[in-house]
Design a protein around this ligand. Structure first.
Ligand SMILES: *Cc1c(COP(=O)(O)O)cnc(C)c1O
Length: 225
């Protein structure tokens, strides 16, 4: 096994456990999604050898040959990047979760196309950054209602990408806001939305303190891209 990945994974687990402890949370309730965009098949196999099971890819086209090579038995694949409507046909049988539902027409296109239920998260552009993907908070209720009602979608929670800032502490309110939005929508729908996918390499210790149940880590595991 490559030493760097082993050491990185240990460091991530230690940091996650410390943050969870500070917040009185159980680190076992936090799923690590290893983000493998630009990462080749061999290091992904190494990661599987080290016990990682969930992998995040942000482009369908890049993910397909990797999923083909590695399969869906030892690895579970999450789409974490923007999904174009014309790529919806590639989701079933490959991805266990789409974390990046960001508009009504995507809910409709997926629901029409799928033959069996798919776990989804709605991506929210909490900070309302103009060039960012994700639903605006004002549009979230309508998308959540549609996803909750869709026959072939199982709405599991929310995802966000926090703004890039020099001091990770500045993103804490973004994570708090995502959690509040989750609570509000869960209550309105009368359905549990257990998943909060938030926290990347630069900010995951704070995301854990604020209730993240899924971390999406690329560089913290595989090094710089
Ligand atoms: C690339 C990416 C990540 C991982 O980013 P790192 O900073 O390498 O941890 C997480 N989420 C999304 C949506 C990404 O595109």
């Amino acid at each position: 096994m490559p030493d760097a990945l082993t050491a990185n994974l240990e460091a991530v687990r230690r940091t996650t456990a410390r943050s969870a402890e500070r917040a009185g949370r159980d680190p076992a309730a936090i799923t690590l999604v290893a983000v493998t965009k630009t990462v080749a098949v061999a290091p992904i196999r190494d990661a599987i050898g080290l016990g990682l099971k969930t992998f995040g890819e942000n482009r369908v086209q890049e993910a397909m040959p990797k999923i083909e090579a590695i399969g869906t038995g030892d690895a579970s694949w999450h789409l974490i990047g923007h999904l174009q409507t014309n790529k919806v046909k590639f989701i079933e049988g490959r991805f266990a979760m789409v974390q990046s539902i960001d508009r009504l027409d995507l809910v409709e296109a997926l629901d029409r196309r799928l033959g069996s239920p798919l776990d989804v998260l709605i991506e929210v552009n909490v900070a309302e950054e103009p060039q960012k993907t994700g639903a605006l908070p004002a549009d979230l209720p309508a998308i959540a209602d549609a996803a909750h009602a869709a026959r072939h979608l199982r709405l599991r929670g929310l995802m966000t990408i926090a703004p890039a800032v020099s001091d990770a502490e500045l993103v804490r309110p973004v994570f708090q806001r995502l959690r509040t939005l989750r609570d509000e929508n869960s209550q309105r729908l009368g359905a549990p939305l257990p998943v909060l996918s938030m926290g990347m390499t630069e900010d995951y210790p704070i995301a854990v303190e604020e209730g993240a149940t899924m971390l999406r880590l690329g560089r913290a595991l595989f090094g710089p891209r």
